[in-house]
Design a protein around this ligand. Sequence first.
Ligand code: TDX
Length: 338
Amino acid sequence: MRALVTGGCGFIGSHVVRSLVADGWEVINLDRMTYAANPANVAEVVRHPRYRFVQGDICDGALVRELVGVADVVLNFAAETHVDRSLLDPGVFVRTDVEGVVMLLEALRERPGTALVHMSTDEVFGSIPAPLEAREDRAFAPSSPYAASKAAAELMIRAYAETYGMAVTVVRCCNVFGPRQHLEKFIPLFTMRALAGEPMPLYGDGMQEREWLYVDDLVEAVRLVLEGLPTVAGVRAVHVGSGERVANRATAEMICDLLGRPRELITPVADRPGHDRRYALDSSRMRELGWAPRRRFVEGLAETVRWYRDHGAAWARTAQGDFARYFERQYGERLGRR
Ligand code: TDX
């Protein structure tokens, strides 16, 4: 089987690329190499005969048509993913996360035998009040430009599936974490700040809850989805969540404790505008397929924190980077340095 993986140099995409190549798949990795991509993420497969890298944009219709034309399945991980950046610059989210998906759909229309697995997010539902869990048929209510761009992509997918009889799987996942996640995200950022003995900027009261899934468990879910791709036209959505919902303050405290750093580093700062209080997925559909996460949050967090302690600084240096500039823009005022 040959997969076209988009965004395969990013966090989740690269974990999937390495898993597929190791298991005998042919993989074409299409990545634009934005700030979020890191060539080190795929270093171990880069010379593999079943791996091919193409630097390019999912908004490039001709390129996408050519690559979709030689694939059995397309896995779309290409996206702008950071909520805070979507508050600073929403336009690029509309372009990549919506227009890019339409480009993929246009190419797939001409290839009825090629399946699409699209990565989406629990954020399309907005905040979920306790004790509710979002089922697959819940109405969308996105709060951020990022979440709205992912919801809009799903609506385009639905429209194409209905209109042109395409069979698509949408994987909606909770917060994923693990090695190689960009430093802008909560767990890597807080880990690196704690290691450096620098203030860890906790938004608002820190009582927002996130459902955390270790990246290897998501990869296993994606692999299971690939084993049972639908053949009937329409959209099949599946929720992939761990059920482990943790308040941000508690996660921050665990990071300090794991590293033996004082909890006083946790610094409350101005909240993220439109900040969702709680995410919670009902993942029973995936569990009925036989999937279950293998790692508890505490275990995955300990492993992740260790990885950043041992490799984080060197790994971060291999990435494209505007992180220092972004950090100043996002946190300078919040941390009182402007
Ligand atoms: O500096 C911070 N301080 C802070 O308190 C950052 C970066 C985050 N937070 C809070 C905001 C969230 O409640 O931590 C929580 C997690 O933040 P992020 O890592 O930015 O993730 P989130 O906004 O929950 O979105 C993530 O999960 C769903 C991914 O970024 C999305 O791409 C995915 O779709």
